[in-house]
Each structure stands twice: as structure tokens, then as C-alpha cells.
Write a protein that binds this ligand. Structure first.
Ligand code: PAF
Length: 283
């Protein structure tokens, strides 16, 4: 497995593969890998001749009071995991390498950036769109795999790629869960054992909503049922419960008449957890 620290190195590596006719897939990460990331890597591995993983904790997507400094990192372990999955190259740039020349250009998808998680984390999605666009331009993959867990991020990246005619395919991968249902996240390790147990309320409330959704109830009733379930976890600080059109993320109300995505953001102490599920009325 080749380890590239510079843009020039990863570009040259991928160029050679493409000249040989290989299809190249990329999985972008901020490191501290877990089964969720490895699921994305395995999907890329199945589809591509060559897989590039990127590890970069992107400062521009963290707000001033967010967890950039405490974001977990373990480069050695990450590299061992990626090697075991048969990844061909890892791009592991420094902040200086990525942003050294103090650029002044950003990529913004305004409609999708300012809603939901974006309203709670101003500037977050501008940072994500910018770094992902940069990574696409550096690696030049044929496709990129993103988790459905970060549903808003996936929707926004799809839109960016469409709007800017970026020549690659975006592939979604279903949320990978712990055996007890908790969506995998690098942040889970920061939950206390009590909060880890209480955090199961997220997937439980989504299961409930999926069941209830089949009979096309009013969106407001569905939302109330989810909130009531979440309230059963005493430490859960519910930041948001949203029901949106599964494709456009437009707000829904009235009876549930099309596929909707439920997006949850719940804080346990200083750990913000998100989860999502697409639900639909029975046809
Ligand atoms: O989902 C993530 O880990 C990050 O937002 C991403 C896509 C790697 C951009 O920094």
C-alpha cells in the first residue's frame, strides 16, 4: 500500500493507474477508522481496480467551539486497517499541504448548507464541500463512496457534483451499525458507558418511525412519536428531529405521501450523535 503525503505524489500514482486502464475509487475520511469506514472501503474494493483512501482531519469544517483539537486520531492503526482491506494508496496530507497557500476560494451549496445540521454548525458544509472538491480534483477518481449515515453530506455532495459537472460517480453506502443498533461513528468512543447505553434510543426511535410510517400518518404525529421515544433517555439533549423529502431535503408536512428521511441530532454531554432512516408509506 502506497502512502502519499503530497498532492503531486497521489496525482502521479493515480495517473499511472488510469493510463493502465484501471478504474479508481476513493473513500474520503477524517481517520480514526471504524467498521463504518471499512464498509465504504469494501464497497469501493468490490467495484474498482484501484482504491485510494484519504485521511485528513479538515479544519475548515469545524467551528471555533467544536472538537477539532480533541478529534480522535490513530494514524498507525488506520494504516494497518486500510492495508488489511487491500487499499492501494492512502493520501495523508498535512494541513499545510492541503491549504498551505492560504486560499480564498470556497465551494458552497447554499440551499443545502444552511439547513438542518448546517443551521446548527455554520460554515460546516462549506468546509466539507470545499475539501471534498479539492480531494476530487487531487485524486481524480472515477467514483467516490460516501455513507448514508451523513445523509445531508451525501445529498450535498451529489448536488455539488451535478452542479459543477464533476466527472465522477457518487455511490451511497447504507449506515453501518453496531450489533445493538448504534450507528458507527468515531465519536462513539467518547460516550460514557451510561450514555453509550442511552444512545440506543436513536435507532430505537427510527425503528418505531419506520413501523408507524407504513400507514401514512400525519408527519406531525410521526415526529411527536419519535420525540416521545427519544425523551425516554434522560441524558439525551435532542437537538433536532427532522422529516424531509428523501431526495431534496425539503420540509414535509401533512400526511406522509412519499419517501421521507428522518434525521436525528442528539447530544450526550459534549458528544453530538446523528442518525437517519429513509421511511415510506406502504404502497
Ligand atoms: O465525512 C467525513 O468524514 C468528512 O466530512 C469528509 C467527507 C471526509 C470531508 O472532510
Amino acid at each position: 500500500m502506497k502512502i502519499c503525503h503530497t498532492k503531486a505524489d497521489v496525482r502521479a500514482t493515480v495517473r499511472d493507474w488510469k493510463l493502465a486502464g484501471d478504474e479508481v475509487g476513493v473513500v474520503t475520511t477524517m481517520g480514526y477508522l471504524h467498521e463504518g469506514h471499512l464498509g465504504l472501503v469494501r464497497l469501493a474494493r468490490q467495484r474498482a481496480d484501484r482504491v485510494v483512501a484519504t485521511i485528513f482531519v479538515n479544519p475548515t469544517q469545524f467551528g471555533p467551539n467544536e472538537d477539532l483539537d480533541t478529534y480522535p486520531r490513530d494514524e498507525e492503526r488506520d494504516l494497518a486497517l486500510l492495508k488489511a482491506e487491500g487499499v492501494d494508496a492512502v493520501f495523508l496530507p498535512s494541513v499545510e499541504e492541503m491549504y498551505g497557500a492560504a486560499g480564498d476560494t470556497y465551494v458552497e451549496v447554499p440551499g443545502l448548507s444552511g439547513i438542518l445540521q448546517g443551521a446548527l454548525r455554520p460554515g460546516h458544509f462549506r468546509g466539507v464541500a470545499t475539501v471534498v472538491a479539492k480531494l476530487f480534483n487531487i485524486v481524480m477518481p472515477d467514483f467516490a463512496v460516501f455513507g448514508e449515515k451523513d445523509y445531508q453530506q451525501l445529498t450535498l455532495i451529489r448536488q455539488m457534483v451535478r452542479d459543477l459537472d464533476m466527472p465522477l460517480e457518487i455511490v451511497g453506502h447504507p449506515t453501518v451499525r453496531e450489533p445493538d443498533g448504534l450507528a458507527m461513528s468515531s465519536r462513539n468512543v467518547r460516550l460514557t458507558p451510561e450514555h453509550r447505553q442511552e444512545a440506543l434510543v436513536l435507532s430505537r426511535s427510527l425503528d418505531l418511525a419506520e413501523d408507524l410510517a407504513r400507514s401514512a400518518p400525519a408527519v406531525a404525529d410521526l415526529k411527536a412519536a419519535v420525540r416521545a421515544e427519544l425523551a425516554k433517555a434522560p441524558s439525551a439533549d435532542v437537538k433536532s428531529v427532522d422529516f424531509r423529502d428523501a431526495e431534496t431535503l425539503e420540509e414535509l408536512d401533512g400526511p406522509l405521501d412519499r419517501p421521507a428521511v428522518i434525521l436525528l441530532a442528539v447530544r450526550f454531554a459534549d458528544v453530538l450523535l446523528i442518525d437517519q432512516r429513509v421511511v415510506a408509506p406502504r404502497p
